[in-house]
Write a protein that binds this ligand. Structure first.
Ligand SMILES: *Cc1c(COP(=O)(O)O)cnc(C)c1O
Ligand SMILES: [Zn+2]
Length: 429
């Protein structure tokens, strides 16, 4: 990225933020313009990309996402809760001696990776004069955007499909957002958010599809962090995808590393969808170059990625093409595979996550049987278990009841058996 008009500058002289060096670029027709709040290309109505023309000057260790501020399309930091700089954890019991890591994105302030995009997009919205923010969400984006909007002092509307897990709704309410439940799927909530933004151009749309280019760009920081933590090596990165901006942002980060000579080849990107709502995986399997919307009801367990793309299938096409160009894979996993992966991450690694966030492990298990994915492998564990405890109802139902006078030796024996079997013990009398 040596195109910068500015001198590459030293750490002390560089500007504190990246909006001054940001351009909106249309990946569909190539049009460019300075940053603003209009989500779409004025030439072709396609989704946009936010590019920052600065040299890739990376800190050795980032303490937060904002250590990458000069590379982010954000104004001065208007809203931060300490997002980013999440640990990368070896899966030492599931993959002893192998290089498989969990990127601990559930450790972001509101419990999902969405905080990265929300922090950047709210700061950009403030710099661009926004009067309010609206977002459609499967739950986590609303929890994140509402937190950063509260921090920045902006009114916030969150639209969600009816049936969104209550924990995620409670977060958005706690952050003072106006929450609107929309009958139907995420795509219906998407449509309402877009109509709200169109009704007042000073409201920014922070829906975490490609409707907000600042959000997508924020996810490049996941790549920079993983690259630094693994000593400059990234083999495969496995990402749960709804429309896919997290994966595309991660790839944009990898492309910048490649252009700057910091890696020799791109990591293999693997997008993971849930079999019950898999428009992008379906197009990939059929070797198509365009994604069509999913017709089913998308009621599977991985709620955070249940996006049928109805009304905006081009978002899926953008993700599909990015993966195809990078010689990656899009794979669909079943609910049963997700549940097994979620159990094992919790039981064997101490990583309790929401179903969607376990989908990358499920995909790795399936793909390792047929392909050879280069190591190190990075699984993006994108959201916390507490986001959606009711997706593990058997866990709540099988809690043991015992009197204080219960036989302690029987309890110890039962605990050992429980660990071996991975099943809850029978109720002790
Ligand atoms: C939103 C979300 C995803 C999917 O990310 P996209 O960028 O929308 O494809 C994955 N996991 C979790 C936990 C999410 O909230
Ligand atoms: Zn265009």
């Amino acid at each position: 990225m040596a195109r910068s008009g500015e001198s590459s500058g030293s750490a002390t002289s560089r500007p504190p933020h990246g909006l001054a060096a940001t351009r909106l670029v249309c990946p569909w027709c190539g049009a460019t313009r300075p940053p603003d709040l209009d989500p779409w290309c004025r030439q072709c109505r396609g989704s946009l990309s936010a590019e920052v023309d600065r040299p890739l000057d990376l800190p050795a260790v980032a303490r937060s996402l904002w250590d990458y501020a000069p590379l982010l399309p954000a104004g001065p930091v208007s809203a931060s809760l300490g997002e980013g700089a999440t640990p990368i954890l070896p899966l030492q019991n599931l993959y002893p001696g192998d290089e498989v890591y969990a990127k601990a994105e559930w450790m972001n302030p509101t419990g999902s990776f969405k905080d990265r995009g929300a922090a950047v997009a709210v700061s950009a919205a403030i710099a661009l004069g926004a009067a309010g923010v609206v977002c459609a969400s499967t739950g986590n984006n609303g929890a994140a955007v509402s937190a950063y909007a509260a921090r920045a002092g902006l009114p916030c509307i969150v639209t969600l499909p009816v049936g969104t897990p209550p924990g995620k709704i409670v977060q958005a309410r706690a952050h003072g957002a106006m929450v609107v439940e929309v009958p139907g799927t995420f795509s219906d909530a998407y449509q309402l958010a877009e109509r709200i933004q169109q009704a007042d151009s000073r409201w920014a749309n922070l829906t975490s599809t490609y409707a907000n280019p600042y959000m997508t760009a924020a996810h490049a920081t996941i790549t920079y962090e993983a690259w630094a933590a693994l000593g400059g090596r990234v083999g495969t990165v496995i990402v749960p995808i709804g429309a896919g901006p997290m994966l595309v942002g991660i790839l944009q980060g990898a492309e910048r590393l490649l252009r700057a000579g910091k890696i020799n080849c791109l990591p293999v990107p693997v997008g993971v969808q849930a079999a019950g709502c898999a428009p992008i995986a379906r197009a990939f399997a059929r070797r198509e170059s365009e994604v069509t919307a999913w017709e089913g009801n998308c009621a599977g367990i991985a709620g955070s990625i249940n996006d049928p793309l109805r009304g905006y299938p081009a978002d899926g096409t953008r993700t599909l093409r990015a993966v195809q160009q990078a010689r990656g894979i899009v794979h669909a996993v079943s609910d049963a595979e997700i549940v097994q992966a979620m159990r094992d991450l919790g039981r064997l690694e101490g990583v309790a996550c929401e179903p969607t966030a376990a989908a990358p492990l499920a995909a790795l298990r399936a793909l390792d049987r047929t392909a050879s994915l280069p190591r190190p492998v990075i699984l993006i564990v994108s959201g916390h278990a507490l986001k959606d405890p009711m997706s593990q109802p058997e866990r709540l139902a099988s809690t043991l009841t015992a009197d204080p006078s219960a036989d302690p030796r029987a309890l110890i024996a039962a605990a050992k058996a429980h660990r071996q079997e991975g099943r809850p013990p029978r109720i002790l009398s």
